[in-house]
Design a binder for this molecule. Structure first.
Ligand SMILES: [Fe+2]
Ligand SMILES: [Fe+2]
Length: 235
């Protein structure tokens, strides 16, 4: 498995896998890399270089997921990245898929109506999911990470639990694959192939991105939060 390291030229890395471009944006790097190495760019932008390298490698290799190493990064570093990812989903994938669905399914055929309805429900659910994490779950975990175990009274009771949320942490990437499959199987010949192609590509990329995102939440952030909860409740 090929892993990127800090001495590589960032422009070469992005040329090798252009799907990393939005990922490095979320990590705090914008255009204008020139011939700088990852090390220089991270230093210039005050980015945690270890985190940067791990995230681009996780994204570049489906089979690379150093769980223990990723869990060592601070709650703030991880949440900052997840929040930026949510922002990207709203501004790019959701907006783009929305536009393509309207363009492709611009008629009263039954399959168009079904897909539009399915997508609308999915989009509402997805936006709720993002909001709930941003407004409730992430601030709760940040608060946990700021608490000082030594200063808390014994047997402190925490009202909320990450377990409660985890049970409800619906699989938002499954529904997008249902949508993709429905389009592939049931759209008739009267639809525009080029628009359909653009929509399928966007759905496919979004699905992959979401799988990665969910993996970081469920395998890195939530276990860290559970560990913090445990350290308070078993005191
Ligand atoms: Fe999320
Ligand atoms: Fe989530």
């Amino acid at each position: 498995m090929k892993l990127f390291n800090e001495n590589l030229i960032l422009a070469d890395v992005v040329s090798e896998n252009h799907l990393l471009f939005p990922v490095i944006n979320r990590l705090g790097v914008n255009l204008g890399f020139k011939n700088s190495t990852i090390k220089t760019i991270c230093a210039e932008n005050k980015i945690d270089i270890e985190f940067f390298i791990e995230i681009i490698n996780v994204f570049n290799n489906e089979n690379y997921f150093p769980q223990k190493k990723l869990q060592q990064f601070s709650v703030l570093t991880i949440i900052n990245y997840l929040n930026k990812t949510h922002e990207f989903y709203r501004n790019y994938y959701i907006a783009e898929i929305d536009k393509l669905i309207k363009q492709l399914l611009n008629n009263d055929n039954i399959e168009s109506k079904v897909i539009r309805k399915f997508y609308q429900n999915y989009q509402n659910e997805l936006i709720e999911h993002l909001k709930f994490e941003e407004n409730i779950v992430f601030p709760y975990i940040i608060e946990l990470s700021n608490l000082d175990v030594k200063k808390l009274p014994a047997k402190m009771k925490i009202n909320y639990s990450i377990n409660d949320f985890e049970k409800e942490h619906s699989n938002i990437d499954n529904k997008i694959s249902d949508l993709r499959n429905f389009i592939i199987r049931y759209l008739s010949v009267s639809y525009d192939n080029n628009t359909c192609n653009s929509l399928l590509s966007a759905l496919f990329l979004f699905e992959k991105d979401l799988q990665n995102h969910t993996r970081i939440e469920e395998k890195i952030l939530f276990p860290k939060a559970k560990f913090l909860e445990k350290s308070f409740t078993t005191k």
